[in-house]
Structures are given as C-alpha cells and as structure tokens.
Design a binder for this molecule. Structure first.
Ligand SMILES: [Zn+2]
Length: 122
C-alpha cells in the first residue's frame, strides 16, 4: 500500500503522553498521534564532547511520528547497535524520503528482533 504521509516529530504535549507510559512494555504504549500500540525505540552510543553519550529515537511504526534525544551515558552501555554495524544503513539526513527510509530500516531491525537493544550498567 502506498499513501502519502509526512513524517514529523512529536509535539511537547505528545511527548508528555509518551513519557506517562514509559513504564509499560513497548507493545502496550500507545501513539498519541494515530492511536497505534507498540511504540519503538532505538539506542546508539557515541563519544560526546565530554563523555560517552546515548542517543535515542522513539517512533511509532504506523505513522512514523518520532522524537529523538541524547543524554550522558552515566555508566550505561548499549550492548549492540545493528545500525552502526551496517555500512549501508540509511542515516536519516535529508528530507521526508530520507526519514522514511531511516524509520523503515529501523522497523525491519525491530521485526527481526534486533531492537530494542539491551542497556546494561557498568
Ligand atoms: Zn502513530
């Protein structure tokens, strides 16, 4: 099925609705935009300016509305990063088509059971 949709980020109000559900299992978290169940998350680690940093993407698999954030790792370690390991992975930079490719790629990783990754503490 092909249909037009435009990818956008969650509004502050919608992010608040997501935060209120953060203790539920992912499959029970509901998208505040389209109502679908099953909010997805992807984590990546990188060296920040002063310390190891974890970036996260949170998105809805149905409408692809998303939000990204970064924060200090504080001793947490993302145990795997299937996107970083794939040199052909889309980077999500550019316009709508690039974002669509980025989240479709993450959806495929999720469907393969590679996401979400485990995060452990050192
Ligand atoms: Zn949605």
């Amino acid at each position: 099925m092909v249909y037009k949709r435009s990818i956008r980020v969650y509004s502050e109000e919608e992010k608040e609705a997501l935060r209120a559900q953060k203790d539920l299992p992912p499959e029970e978290q509901q998208c505040p935009v389209c109502g679908a169940l099953g909010i997805r998350r992807y984590f990546t680690m990188f060296e920040g300016r002063t310390q190891p940093t974890i970036g996260s993407q949170t998105w809805c698999p149905v409408c692809h509305t998303f939000t990204g954030s970064t924060g200090p790792a504080l001793g947490r370690v993302v145990e795997s990063d299937p996107m970083k390991d794939d040199p052909d992975a889309p980077r999500g930079e550019g316009g709508q088509a690039a974002m669509e490719a980025f989240f479709s790629y993450l959806d495929r990783l999720w469907d393969k059971g590679l996401l979400p990754q485990r995060i452990t503490r050192r």
